[in-house]
Design a protein around this ligand. Structure first.
Ligand code: ATP
Length: 204
């Protein structure tokens, strides 16, 4: 464990599931990070249909999921800022907060194709490690084919930072669908998150 390595993990967490925790815990061990900070993205006023659960519910579920695991922290940084939240700004904030620490931005392989279009991607790759993790249902991340878009230097860095996490076939989409179909989601989320969803009648 290294106090100087901090992993950041953004997402909609609509809701947080066991896949999020499992892959980031694996990644944190691999990079030797002391902390994984979960950063829910704000609901966009332009896209009120996504995420489905409100900011407060998504943050509450994250807090319930991580309450017994000191590796994890939740941050309301993006929730308190005007959308759109660009990752580069979030990373800059945390770099400033944990001055002198190495920052790792974790994300799943479903983002491989889009990464080249991210706002200020070159600068982002310059100021932190952008670590793409394996994800069930998506090809193993390899940026070589995106050299035209990203440039050789970024491709090299991204490929070097890929983390071969275990494949866990869980997504929030699948969970929301199962809830609609009245299927049991207990195997896919923390018990307290399942309880919260039920109590607040989310995703029906
Ligand atoms: P949705 O199905 O609503 O798109 P999601 O399950 O992808 O949600 P997000 O909150 O959007 O969850 O994801 C946050 C981050 O976690 C993203 O970088 C995503 O790629 C990653 N991620 C989510 N689930 C997994 C998983 N099972 N394995 C690896 N990465 C994952």
């Amino acid at each position: 464990m290294n106090e100087n390595k901090i992993a950041l993990f953004g997402g909609t967490f609509d809701p947080i599931h066991l896949g999020h925790a499992a892959v980031t815990e694996f990644a944190a061990k691999k990079i030797n990070a002391s902390k994984v900070i979960l950063i829910p993205a704000k609901q966009s006023p332009l896209k009120p249909s996504s995420p489905i659960a409100c900011d407060a519910d998504r943050l509450n579920m994250i807090k319930l999921a991580i309450e017994n695991n000191p590796l994890f922290e939740a941050s309301d940084y993006e929730l308190n800022n005007k959308p759109p939240s660009f990752t580069i700004n979030t990373v800059r904030f945390f770099k400033n907060k944990f001055h002198g620490s190495e920052i790792y931005w974790l994300l799943g392989a479903d983002s491989t194709k889009e990464l080249g279009y991210w706002y200020m991607i070159e600068e982002l790759i310059d100021i932190c490690h952008v670590c793409v993790m394996y994800r069930a249902g998506f090809p193993a991340p390899d940026f070589s084919m995106y050299a035209d878009l990203l440039g050789e230097k970024c491709v090299k860095k991204l490929n070097a930072d890929v983390i071969e996490t275990p494949l866990i076939d869980i997504s929030s989409t699948k969970i929301r669908k199962m809830i609609k179909e009245e299927q049991d989601i207990k195997e896919l989320v923390y018990p307290k998150v399942a309880g919260y969803i039920q109590k607040h009648d989310l995703y029906r």
